[in-house]
Design a protein around this ligand. Structure first.
Ligand SMILES: *[C@@H]1O[C@H](CO)[C@@H](O)[C@H](O)[C@H]1NC(C)=O
Length: 223
């Protein structure tokens, strides 16, 4: 009984802590918040660092991805918007408005070739469970919709940086101040010698070689 009571108090305290401490607080541009990750998913030696700087305007989310320690800059030059750029090297954000573990969320990726992948993911099991639906709805013309991207490679400096703008109307999320979102960030690393094997890196570890685990998404507040 005593143990039960202290566990309940612990869970309550944890619940309050989770509700009040987001993983990231995103300010209005031109201020920005910065986060970094080097966790290999699901386990293994550390990945090279990846940095993400975020800020918002009333109509758009600004993401600046920086891949450090890059040696390959590996992409398929034949791939264009919404191609399978995730087979090579990309940086990614999975984004959902609201605090729930999402069943539908936006998957955004950018490659060192400045090519983007833009799709809503339908993942009703929240974990891409085998033999359950898993579907995509592509944004066909992102640059007509208000998206922007600009990617710069710095080969001597072993890094590439990509500035992305994502319209908040996509999420019914304009004027986001005060709202809570669920987001995860990823990076894939591969080389001509090791393709199609990839090193998977993430901000929040999903615990399996699968990015589509939404209970693992971080909590992000727009402030
Ligand atoms: C990246 O692609 C976008 C969209 O096509 C374009 O506006 C931008 O100029 C490109 N940037 C670079 C550095 O290629």
């Amino acid at each position: 009984m005593r143990i039960f009571t202290s566990l309940s108090v612990f869970n309550l305290a944890l619940g309050i802590a989770m509700a009040t401490s987001p993983d990231l607080k995103v300010p209005q541009c031109p201020s920005a918040v910065s986060t970094q990750f080097a966790t290999q998913i699901p386990s293994g030696p550390a990945c090279p660092q990846t940095k993400v700087d975020l800020c918002y305007t009333n109509t758009a989310l600004s993401l600046v991805f920086t891949a450090l320690g890059e040696t390959n800059f590996y992409f398929d030059p034949k791939q264009t918007t919404n191609g399978n750029i995730w087979e090579y090297e990309v940086m990614e954000a999975f984004i959902s408005k609201g605090s729930d573990d999402p069943q539908t969320y936006f998957e955004y990726e950018v490659s060192p070739n400045n090519v983007t992948f833009n799709a809503f993911i339908f993942n009703p099991s929240r974990v891409r469970k085998a033999n359950t639906p898993f579907d995509h709805a592509y944004i066909a013309e992102p640059f007509k919709d208000g998206f922007a991207v600009n990617t710069v490679l710095d080969k001597p400096g072993k890094k590439w940086t990509s500035h992305s703008t994502i319209p908040l109307a996509l999420f019914n999320g304009e004027n986001p101040r005060g709202t809570t979102w669920r987001i995860n960030f990823f990076r894939t690393i591969t080389t001509p010698d090791t393709f199609p094997n990839q090193q998977l890196c993430g901000w929040k570890n999903t615990g399996q070689a699968n990015f589509h685990i939404t209970p693992a998404f971080g909590t992000v507040q727009f402030v």
